[in-house]
Design a protein around this ligand. Structure first.
Ligand code: PMP
Length: 364
């Protein structure tokens, strides 16, 4: 560290950078970064055992054709509409580099995934932040406000982070039609949506030239440690990122091979999605019984409003951490009184609920 700041670009000097959730020492109940409660299944672990020295000796397929074809088959779209990346975070960065013109705004929703704003700062783009309404819904005139700010690119997480709310396919189609820039819909948590509410916006790509869908294997496929994400969009959006902006070998041999295995056998992933849905409902109900209200969530986390009986949310966060139960507290105006709790295994969720209940007993 200690490098002279004078060489940094002014926007880099000004910015604070993204701070990921802590990585507690094991054993811990880790409910702070929205990973999958289950480890990857047998098919993926078998694929890992198939990695040979020769595979590691050579560079990976720069176009990741086998993996992109597997993803194209899963989504029933052309392979030219698929790009794979080193986690979906890399795709967010590529989108900013490719579509975010320095000096021109990037549209955001506030509160939201804080990396979006950090990426905008790196690119020296001002941000057009649109605050969620008091009831946490997205303002109906959001596209008009982004347009007014001249935004070339806008980020929208669906389900929304950190609320877990889901926008309908119709609402997204309307937004894409109204917004004049590239609309990046970040579906990091889409796999956990209840089947009764599920929708598929991939077919919208045919009618919508400015829609870029972002997905990840970190959440729904239990592969956060592997770093594999992908994007789906018209060739006019995907090709420049794929052929000009991305590093040639952005997805390594292991990620390409394991990614193919993950798409070849979805059974384990689907089991984890169902577990998350059931536990999400149970945890929300049991928190409710303790007097803690959560927002309706379609993701693998709950945003919990911490009442004063538990002290303030930041103190409860620290108390839980001291007992090995890690959840997320955000130092952001709208979120300071809340905790974001990832859904874990049944046993982990039980530990969380007991620790919260015990904190109430300690106080009363
Ligand atoms: N989008 C959202 C909304 C997220 O919460 C996250 C995880 N922090 C990501 C994208 C990035 O996921 P990954 O890079 O692991 O694919």
């Amino acid at each position: 560290m200690g490098a002279p700041a004078m060489h940094e670009r002014a926007n880099i000097r000004r910015m604070a950078g993204y701070v990921p959730g802590e990585r507690p020492a094991a054993p811990a109940v880790k409910l702070n970064t929205n990973e999958n409660p289950l480890a990857p299944g047998d098919a993926v672990m078998r694929a890992l055992s198939e990695i040979t020295p020769a595979m590691l000796q050579r560079y990976p397929d720069p176009l990741a054709t086998r993996l992109r074809s597997a993803i194209a088959d899963y989504h029933e779209c052309g392979v030219d509409r698929v790009i794979v990346t080193n986690g979906s975070d890399e795709l967010l960065r590529l989108a900013v580099t490719t579509f975010g013109a320095p000096g021109h705004a990037i549209g955001l929703v506030e509160p939201g995934y804080s990396l979006y704003g950090v990426l905008a700062q790196i690119q020296d783009c001002p941000v057009a932040r649109v605050a969620l309404e008091d009831d946490w819904t997205i303002p109906t005139d959001i596209a008009a406000r982004w347009n007014k700010a001249g935004a070339k690119l806008a980020f929208l997480a669906n389900p929304q982070a950190p609320t877990g709310a889901l926008l309908s396919a119709r609402a997204i189609a309307r937004l894409a039609a109204e917004f004049r820039g590239v609309l990046l819909v970040d579906e990091a948590y889409i796999d956990f949506v209840d089947p009764t509410q599920a929708h598929d916006i991939v077919s919208l790509i045919d009618q919508t030239a400015n829609l870029l869908i972002v997905r990840t294997l970190s959440k729904g496929h239990s592969l956060a440690g592997l770093r594999l994400g992908y994007g789906l969009g018209r060739e006019s959006l995907v090709t420049p990122m794929l052929t000009k902006v991305r590093d040639s070998y952005n997805v390594d041999v292991i990620a390409q091979h394991l990614g193919c295995a993950a798409f070849a056998d979805m059974g384990h992933a689907r089991t984890s999605w169902q577990l998350v849905r059931e536990e999400r409902d149970r945890v929300a109900r049991e928190l409710g019984d303790l007097g803690i209200v959560t927002l309706p969530s379609q993701a693998n986390f709950l945003l919990a409003d911490i009442p004063s009986a538990f002290g303030d949310a930041q103190t409860l966060h620290a108390l839980l951490a001291s007992q090995g139960v890690h959840v997320r507290w955000f130092d952001v105006p709208r979120l300071r009184g809340r905790l974001r709790i990832s859904i874990g295994t049944r046993a982990e969720n039980d530990q969380l609920l007991s620790a919260i209940e015990a904190s109430l007993v300690v106080r009363t």
